[in-house]
Design a protein around this ligand. Structure first.
Ligand SMILES: Cc1cc2nc3c(=O)[nH]c(=O)nc-3n(C[C@H](O)[C@H](O)[C@H](O)COP(=O)(O)OP(=O)(O)OC[C@H]3O[C@@H](n4cnc5c(N)ncnc54)[C@H](O)[C@@H]3O)c2cc1C
Ligand code: SF4
Length: 567
């Protein structure tokens, strides 16, 4: 058996960070990844391919289409296009059982979902870290914003985040590079909205895309299709950022095509001593050992490994003396908001394809009377943007022949859309368990049970109504609300937000939580979980930068403990 100082399971956003931090702190580190290797630049096989060179012109591949037949789950997200399908898992490689619709989007390759993520990054605040304590849903977070603030800064400086300082306590500013510019339509809506609602702000998205060079990575040149990979390294991915840093130490080993089956636990020492891996090509098993294990396989995959790792001491899954493992699954609920048209500004356009939109920070339930809602707790923010209609509008416009063609040479009018992302409460009955079936590697499948509750459904009504109210107040025309949620159907089901989190939550009390304030398992000191599984609540902002900050902080603590002889 090969032995390392540390093993990191998963090479996506959190695994890449763990690899960088642990190797830079002197540990010989093995990263185990279930997917294939993806080499920066060389393997971005569609990066510069024009849409017209794809057989279906880079169409979205929908559920039930011939092109998506191996991806019946992945095809549920609107991000699943012809040009990027090789960065999504073929669903038969990792099936699961869904009691009610739950969409599990996965990127099984070196780099994980860091290659295809949307790159929106917002710090959490004490409004989030104190939320459970304040309204009694879930357990209190064992940390506060002050614990994580220096780690957010540390992460932001390394990954590069462009954005605007707003001075809002509930959406803390960070170490920002210069913001991208809003277009004319967005500036129009911003002016009207902030005039009509003095407490609300509309800002350019805070995004892990460079506007200034960092560590040999170049500023973004606005080509647009980031999800195909970026040879200039302008957006943060494991490939562009963390894995090269880890590799530069000379202490990194990555084994792709190797799925972790379970962790090996030594009851006499009360330590995990290694991992059992199945080679995804040969189906042979092999073991690796280490003094420290970081689980970074993404929320549900991580919890699956823990649930599968049963022993007489932990018959219900490793580090699960609390019984909380698998419970309190959350995601952001979205696909709800409003759209409107903007009259005029027809002499204004934009250059290039800015890979970013706008953001409207949360303005509900901020702790003061003015923002308090009686019908739900927590809150939501909006992402969106303005653009001018293109020639495809011809499909729904009246007219024909030369006259219509001539008209379509020019851009159409401006439209503006707002889509809400809402916080989801941690509920014990939203949970994952092991199913009776196993996959092709002999690993038990996950059974996922997750639904939106009354709080989320009440919030959605406000998300649609407030979006319309703001667009109208800003001067937009023909404003229409939309909400894709239908109970038991696809469209706005849990999981579709791709911000799944919880199921191995942090907490102060080992009787009710799996991890302590340093992402260390209460039950097993040399086991750390730093992906979304650790989350005790969900906030309404995109979560990945919080996972990164928690990972860097946990690595610092773990290496300290190792050196102090406590692990
Ligand atoms: C289209 C899209 C847009 C998104 N937009 C945003 C956004 O704007 N902002 C934001 O904050 N988040 C966004 N996300 C979510 C973000 O991608 C995830 O939160 C983030 O990638 C989670 O990091 P992770 O390391 O936990 O998981 P991943 O990045 O998914 O990495 C996990 C890795 O572990 C591997 N793995 C899994 N199981 C095993 C096993 N048993 N053995 C070995 N390896 C294993 C996987 O193959 C994968 O490579 C988006 C996601 C998608 C898909
Ligand atoms: S838009 Fe910017 S970040 Fe995205 S692929 Fe192009 S250069 Fe890279």
């Amino acid at each position: 058996m090969t032995t390392y100082d540390a093993i990191v399971i998963g090479s996506g956003i959190t695994g890449g960070w763990a690899a960088k931090e642990l190797t830079e702190k002197g540990l010989e580190t093995l990263v185990i990844e279930r997917g294939r290797n993806v080499e920066h630049r060389k393997d971005y096989i569609t990066e510069h391919k024009p849409n017209w060179q794809f057989p279906l012109r880079n169409a979205r591949l929908g559920v039930g289409t011939q092109s998506a037949r191996e991806y019946p789950i992945q095809a549920r997200t609107g991000q699943f296009h012809e040009s990027v399908k090789h960065f999504f898992i073929k669903d038969h490689r990792n099936p699961y059982v869904e009691d009610k619709p739950f969409t599990w989007i996965q990127g099984d390759q070196v780099g994980g979902k860091s290659l295809i993520w949307g790159r929106q990054v917002y710090r959490w605040s004490n409004l989030d870290f104190e939320a459970n304590l304040r309204d009694g849903h879930g357990v209190d977070w064992p940390i506060r914003y002050a614990d994580l603030a220096p780690w957010y800064s540390y992460v932001e400086r390394f990954i590069g985040v462009s954005g605007e300082h707003l001075g809002l306590a509930h959406l803390p500013d960070g170490e920002f590079q210069p913001p991208m510019e809003m277009n004319a339509g967005e500036k129009f809506v911003k002016a009207g909205l902030e005039r009509a609602f003095p407490g609300r702000r509309l800002t350019i998205g805070r995004v892990a895309i460079l506007t200034q060079a960092v560590n040999g990575r170049l500023p973004c040149h606005y080509c647009g299709p980031c999800e195909r990979g970026c040879s200039t390294g302008s957006y943060f991915s494991s490939q562009s950022s963390t894995l090269p840093a880890a590799r530069a130490t000379g202490r990194l080993t990555i084994v792709p095509d190797s799925v972790v089956h379970s962790l090996i636990y030594d009851a006499a020492k009360n330590r995990v001593t290694g991992v059992r891996v199945v080679d995804t090509t040969t189906k042979q098993t092999r073991d690796y050992s280490a003094r420290l294990i970081f689980l970074c396989a993404s929320t549900l995959a991580t919890t699956r490994v823990l649930l599968t790792s049963k022993s007489p001491r932990f018959p219900d899954g490793l580090a699960n003396s609390s019984g909380a493992l698998g419970r309190y699954l959350m995601d952001h609920h979205f696909v709800v908001g409003a759209n409107g048209a903007i009259e005029g500004l027809l002499d204004r356009y934009y250059q290039g394809n800015r890979p970013n939109g706008i953001y409207i920070p949360r303005f509900r339930n901020l702790g003061d009377d003015a923002s308090r809602r009686g019908d739900y707790v927590r809150g939501f923010g909006y992402q969106g943007g303005a653009s001018r209609q293109g020639w495809t509008r011809g499909g729904s416009e009246a007219g024909f022949g030369v006259e219509l063609k001539r008209k379509l040479h020019d851009p159409g009018r401006w439209t503006m859309g707002l889509t809400g992302f809402g916080e989801c409460l941690p509920r014990a009955d939203n949970q994952v368990q092991l199913a009776d079936q196993t996959d092709e590697f002999g690993i038990p499948l996950l059974r996922i049970h997750c639904t939106w509750g009354e709080n989320e459904l009440a919030m959605r009504k406000d998300m649609a109504a407030s979006a319309a109210e703001m667009l109208e107040a800003a001067g937009c025309q023909e404003v229409q609300t939309r909400d894709a949620y239908k109970e038991g159907e696809l469209g706005a089901e849990p999981g579709l937000g791709i911000h799944e989190m919880g199921t191995a939550r942090m907490g102060r009390d080992p009787r009710t939580s799996v991890l302590n304030a340093h992402n260390q398992a209460h039950d097993v000191p040399n086991l750390f979980v730093t992906d979304g599984a650790c989350m005790a609540s969900s906030s309404c902002v995109n979560p990945s930068i919080t996972y990164m900050a928690l990972t860097a902080r946990a690595c610092d603590y773990a290496v300290g403990e190792l050196k102090r002889g406590n692990l």
